[in-house]
Design a protein around this ligand. Structure first.
Ligand SMILES: [Zn+2]
Length: 442
C-alpha cells in the first residue's frame, strides 16, 4: 500500500528480525523449487557435494557455491537460447532481455509473469524512494537500458510514462517542452551529454522543467562533484539507483537523506557482501567493503543462487531517518574489468575478439584509451587504437567497418584509430587492454 513516503512501507520499514524471517522462509521455498526444477543447480549442488534442501536460514547460504556469470553463459551456449539454469516451462517465459557478454554473444534473461511482477515491485520501491511521484511524467528512453521495459512498468505504476525511441534527442527534448515531462532515468554520464545537445540547440537546460534525475546503470552519481554539476546545470535533484539485468533490474535506491542506496529488494532478493579474494561472507556494517552477491528468493524463470555481481560496494549506513531498514551501499567499482558505456556493459575482452576477427588486415593488438576518469571516461565514442598488420596501409573504409561491427555486436560507439604495426606496447603476460591516460597525466 502506498504511504506518502513509501511504496511498500510494510516491507521497506520492517524490523531486521521480520525481514530475516521473511528471507529464511522464502529461501527455503526457492531452494526447494530450484532443486526440483533447475538441472543446472541439481548438477552444481551434486558436484559440490551439498544438499541445498538442508539449508534453513540465510546464514547457511555460505555452505552453497557461488554462481558465476560465465557459467550462465556456458550453459546458454550448450542449451540455447536460455540454458540449463531455466527452472520454468519455456512457454511460461513472457519476456526476454539480452545483455552483452565477454565474447560478443549476448546472454538472454527470461522472465515469467510473476518475475515481471517482482521486478516491477522492486523498481517501484526504488523510484518512489528516489522521489518519483504520481504527478511525475517520465520519458522512457529504451536505449541504453536493455531492461528498460521493466522500468516502464514501474513508471506507469507511479506516474505517467512517455516512451521515446533510441537516440532521439529532439523527441526527448520535446517530451519536456511540450508533453510536460518532469523526470528522467538515465546513466550518470548522460545528463552532461544531454546538456551539450541542449546548448547546440540554444535551449537553457533550466527551462525544461526537469526536476528529478534518476541516475543508474553506472557508478558516478555518488561522486559529489558530478552530482553537483548536473544539479546546477538543470536546477534539479539527482538521485542514485541501481540494479542489474541478471539478479534484478532495479533493487537499490537512495532516499531523501542521500546517504547511499537502500536495499529495497526485501522478500525478492537476498544480498550478501563477500571478500572477493577469499569468498568469505562479510558482516553488513557501515564501512564494510566487498563484492555484492545476490540470491533470488522469489524467481521462476532464472532463480540465481549466490550470484557474483562483480560490483564492488561499500556499506554506507545501516540506519536511516527515513525509516527504511534496508542497509545502504554505494558502488565503488568493479571486481572485473567491465566498462559501462551509457549503461551498456562492455568487456574489453569482447572488443578484442571483434578486433581479432579482422585478421589478416589487423594483427589483433589494441588499446582502449580512457582519457578521463569514470563516468566521463565512458562517454562514447570510446577511443580505441588498433594495430594494422605489417605492410597494411591505413584505410578509412576498414576503420568504418570495425566501428560498425563493434556497434552491431557490442552496442556501443567507438572511434577506431588505426596505427602501424609495432606502435602499441607489448606485454609479457596478460595484455593490458585499457590504458587509463587520465592517471598518467596526474
Ligand atoms: Zn533512508
Amino acid at each position: 500500500m502506498v504511504d506518502h513516503n513509501f511504496w511498500n512501507k510494510e516491507v521497506e520499514c520492517a524490523s531486521l528480525a521480520a525481514t530475516k524471517n521473511l528471507h529464511d522462509d522464502k529461501l527455503k521455498q526457492q531452494l526447494a523449487y530450484v532443486c526440483a526444477s533447475s538441472k543446472f543447480y541439481q548438477q552444481k549442488f551434486a558436484a559440490y557435494g551439498v544438499d541445498a534442501l538442508k539449508i534453513s536460514e540465510t546464514e547457511d547460504l555460505q555452505m552453497l557455491p557461488f554462481t558465476e556469470k560465465s557459467e550462465l553463459r556456458e550453459s546458454q551456449s550448450r542449451i540455447p537460447p536460455f540454458g540449463e539454469h531455466v527452472a520454468c516451462n519455456t512457454e511460461d517465459v513472457r519476456r526476454v532481455y539480452s545483455t552483452s557478454g565477454t565474447t560478443g554473444r549476448p546472454t538472454y534473461i527470461g522472465l515469467t509473469k510473476a518475475d515481471i511482477a517482482t521486478w516491477r515491485e522492486t523498481a517501484s520501491r526504488v523510484f518512489w524512494a528516489n522521489g518519483l511521484r504520481t504527478s511525475d511524467r517520465i520519458p522512457l528512453v529504451v536505449s541504453p537500458f536493455v531492461v528498460a521495459a521493466s522500468y516502464a512498468d514501474a513508471f506507469e505504476d507511479i506516474g505517467t510514462c512517455i516512451p521515446i525511441g533510441v537516440n532521439m534527442t529532439d523527441r526527448l527534448i520535446d517530451a519536456f517542452r511540450f508533453a510536460g515531462a518532469t523526470a528522467l532515468l538515465c546513466t550518470a554520464s548522460y545528463p552532461l551529454h544531454f546538456a551539450r545537445s541542449l546548448a547546440e540547440r540554444s535551449i537553457d537546460p533550466k527551462s525544461l522543467g526537469l526536476n528529478l534525475i534518476l541516475a543508474g546503470g553506472e557508478p558516478g552519481a555518488s561522486i559529489p562533484e558530478v552530482r553537483r554539476q548536473i544539479e546546477n546545470t538543470f536546477n534539479c535533484r539527482v538521485m542514485e539507483c541501481s540494479g542489474n539485468g541478471d539478479y534484478g533490474a532495479m533493487v537499490w535506491g537512495e532516499c531523501e537523506h542521500r546517504q547511499g542506496m537502500h536495499f529495497l529488494g526485501q522478500g525478492i532478493i537476498h544480498p550478501e557482501i563477500i571478500d572477493p579474494d577469499t569468498g568469505v561472507s562479510l558482516p553488513i556494517e557501515t564501512g564494510t567493503k566487498g563484492e555484492l552477491v545476490c540470491t533470488s528468493l522469489d524467481r521462476e524463470c532464472i532463480p540465481l543462487i549466490r550470484f557474483r555481481t562483480r560490483d564492488h560496494v561499500e556499506v554506507t549506513h545501516t540506519e536511516c531517518k527515513c525509516g527504511r531498514t534496508g542497509f545502504g551501499i554505494r558502488i565503488i567499482g568493479r571486481t572485473d574489468d567491465l566498462l559501462i558505456v551509457r549503461g551498456v556493459n562492455v568487456y574489453p575482452a569482447a572488443i578484442r575478439d571483434v578486433i581479432a576477427s579482422f585478421a589478416p588486415e589487423l594483427n589483433g593488438v589494441m588499446e582502449i584509451q580512457m582519457e578521463q576518469a569514470p563516468p566521463l571516461g565512458w562517454e562514447p565514442p570510446i577511443h580505441i587504437k588498433v594495430e594494422l598488420s605489417a605492410h597494411v596501409e591505413k584505410d578509412e573504409y576498414l576503420k568504418q567497418k570495425i566501428e560498425l561491427k563493434l556497434r552491431e555486436k557490442l552496442i556501443f560507439r567507438a572511434n577506431i584509430e588505426l596505427v602501424l604495426e609495432g606502435t602499441l606496447p607489448r606485454y609479457e603476460y596478460k595484455a593490458k587492454l585499457v590504458r587509463e591516460l587520465y592517471k598518467e597525466k596526474s
